[in-house]
Write a protein that binds this ligand. Sequence first.
Ligand code: AMP
Ligand code: GLY
Length: 443
Amino acid sequence: MRVLAVGGGAREHAIVTALARSGAEIFACLKNMNPGIARTARELLLTEETDIARVVQFAKAKRVDLAVIGPEAPLEAGLADALITARIATASPSKAAARLETSKSFMRELLSKHKVKGAVRFKIADSREEVGRALDELGTDIVVKPIGLTGGKGVKVFGEHMMDKQDIIAYTDEILSNKIGGSARVVLEEKLVGEEFTIQAFCDGRKVVPMPAVQDHKRAYEGDKGPNTGGMGSYSQQDGLLPFLRRDEYDTAVEIMNEVVAALRRESSEYRGTMYGQFMLTAHGPKVIEFNARFGDPEAMNVLSLLTSDFVKICEGMADGNVSKNLVRFEAKSSVCKYVVPEGYGTKPLSGTEIKVDEAAIADEGAILYYASVNEKNGKIYTTTSRSVGVVGLAGPIEEAERIAENGVKHVSGKIHVRHDIAKKDMLDAKVQRMNHIRRMSA
Ligand code: AMP
Ligand code: GLY
């Protein structure tokens, strides 16, 4: 099987590793020289991932049978549609279906129109007057989001990034006048209180087959402080749930994802590919924060490191419209992923500096290494403005997986930053207590 893989981060290194494990020959399109992908792939094309014509030409020239797209930008640019037109089976959604991620107004309106469970109150505004009316209706305890893609960095939350009505108006003005996220419109939505979790699922257009739940940590600094980032690290638990997440709550979130797939089908945007649901577990159950039309990064590293069944077959199933549950098997272990990022990541990342990665020592610790947005030049590894290296530990208990990941991270050096608190026992206990408190308050 000859497979095209698009993207150059740690998520894509994990995708490529899983495909290669299932016997695929990899042809990779990426814009940075990721040494992990370079080593695994048979051939590389260094290119902008949104250069549809070049990527499709490469895929045709290499006679690939199947394609998997990692990041959101090429999905928005219509790469899946172009590959399908070129008769290449594609395990990623069309541009229309990917609006679930690429347009926050589309997503909110879809959930509302089709009465999907877990929807929240929201308003869409394209002028200061409409923002004023939305605030009259929703109050100020809200979250403000640009409509389009902002790399996870465009969301501002009342009480954290905006302290009063003035701040809200200043930020909505900024979005409207600078077209942040690509359009002069903004979503204002109810602020949810609870614990966040992610469910990723394989989707064949009609139903989803879910993966273990994962919790990511978006804030740059320890104690969940500082600016939002693409994600600093993540963990999953051996039973597929999370310390604060019950089975019935997990099942509700999966039901929401199935309802979304049905809603998209009714809108003639059949969704084929990995779907990512981001939920807030509130006092009233899981509510939708956002959807992504792809694997999460870092969350892909958690689940793909645990996948024991044939990933190529799953991708073929998504592309052909037939993924059955018995194609999907995960090892019953917990996983912890810690991201090594350049100093200053989240505000002013130090790009172009050399880091040292002792691969043999990381393997000796029993940890798994995924290269992210780095560049290899003359045998040396240099940072970019994005995350550098993901290190994953797998074990029965979360604490053991955490220790393995921590031991692994020690063998990366340079001007780097790591959130050591992720998945530590204190942090997990605090989350369980906080969630129990929220549940009690509503009882
Ligand atoms: P997003 O880019 O939509 O994932 O948002 C980034 C982060 O903002 C999320 O991970 C949440 O922490 C926060 N957030 C987004 N929407 C809401 C909401 N409705 N209520 C509370 N927090 C939210
Ligand atoms: N970890 C969040 C994302 O991939 O968007």
